[in-house]
Design a protein around this ligand. Structure first.
Ligand code: PEP
Ligand code: MN
Length: 336
């Protein structure tokens, strides 16, 4: 159960509501976010929620049977829009495109990518500076210096940045330089990291775990939301299955299911989803048809030279074609 509290609710009213909900046999938790206050009730007993709904201090009350509550669409039918400023929004009913290299590598690469994005009217650039790599000997990113270089150029060009945060100490290092913090598939259930991201006021995109269920993804989002930060985006990036023909199996099913279960925007990552350059476009287009609010994918001026994920990275002409087709497919979907 979610009890939305009035902004003006007094402490006395809140504790009265809390004890009445507890009397119904529910375990209560008070959640304060940057946008509101909620009393979460965990329990099973059926009762007429109007008994609580009538109490002073209550703005609204909803039964939410899912284990995750605040990210559920059962209480918030209106979709969440993430505002990055300068008219860049995610989940606002337009197609969001985020593109860039797997890893930030050099100043020249940053410049070339920004020019490519601007030419194609794409306003969000992706790129990793702290890279989770399966091998400790692989390139692990340019770190904070790379991020500073990148953010200077991106800000000058009016381009927003999304980049992966791997541990709590990096949040402060990255804070002034990124517009969206990405939680990677290997960290989807790093609950300490999620708790800390709940304390900041910048958007967070959480990727689905490599073997994670949708319920686990939604519960991870619930961590950040209940920690105080409602600015959340979910990302389907493929899961590990027994299939060896592709790097991962892009779970296109996840997209309409998530859109029904949550009010948060849902982004598709076809690059990690299939892992092979020649299939990135069809999987991106399929994800858009399935209802994704946007796509995030890897592109590089010379993919074969990329320091990481070269096999799944598009060159700029492939990227341009994908952008054009993605917009067409999105318009087609919206015309239905
Ligand atoms: C990435 O986006 O570069 C990345 C490492 O993705 P994932 O966490 O989905 O593997
Ligand atoms: Mn990558």
């Amino acid at each position: 159960m979610i009890v939305q509290l009035h902004r003006s609710a007094t402490n006395e009213e809140k504790s009265n509501i809390d004890s009445k909900v507890a009397l119904m046999g529910y375990k209560t938790t008070l959640v304060k976010t940057q946008m509101g206050e909620y009393l979460i009730g965990i329990g099973k007993r059926e009762f007429d929620i109007r008994q609580i709904g009538r109490l002073p201090g209550v703005a609204d009350i909803h039964h939410v049977s899912d284990d995750y509550k605040l990210v559920s669409r059962k209480w918030k039918v209106k979709r969440t829009v993430i505002d990055l400023g300068d008219n860049v929004q995610i989940g606002n009913g337009a197609l969001s495109i985020m593109a860039g290299p797997c890893s930030i590598e050099s100043e020249a690469q940053i410049e070339a990518t920004i020019a490519h994005l601007k030419k194609n009217k794409v306003s969000i650039m992706r790129g990793g500076v702290f890279k989770p790599r399966s091998s400790p000997y692989a390139f692990r990113g340019l770190g904070k210096e790379g991020l500073q270089l990148w953010s200077q150029q991106a800000q000058a060009a009016g381009i927003k940045i999304i980049s992966e945060v791997m541990q709590v100490s990096q949040i402060a290092e990255m804070y002034d330089h990124v517009d969206v913090f990405q939680v990677g598939a290997r960290n989807t259930q790093n609950f300490n990291l999620l708790d800390e991201l709940g304390r900041i006021d910048k958007p967070v995109m959480i990727k689905r775990g490599i073997s994670g269920t949708l319920e686990e993804l939604l519960s991870s989002a619930e961590y950040v939301f209940s920690g105080g930060n409602e600015k959340l985006i979910l990302c389907e990036r493929g899961i590990r299955t027994y299939e060896k023909a592709s790097r991962n199996t892009m779970d296109v099913n996840a997209i309409p299911i998530l859109k029904e279960k949550t009010h948060l925007p849902v982004i598709a990552d076809p690059s990690h989803g299939i892992g092979l350059r020649q299939y990135v476009e069809p999987i991106a287009l399929a994800s858009i048809m399935a209802g994704a609010d946007g796509i995030i994918y890897e592109t590089h001026q010379q993919p074969e030279q990329a320091f990481s994920d070269a096999m799944q990275t598009l060159d700029f002409s492939e990227s341009q074609r994908l952008i054009e087709r993605a917009r067409k497919v999105f318009d087609l979907r919206e015309s239905f």
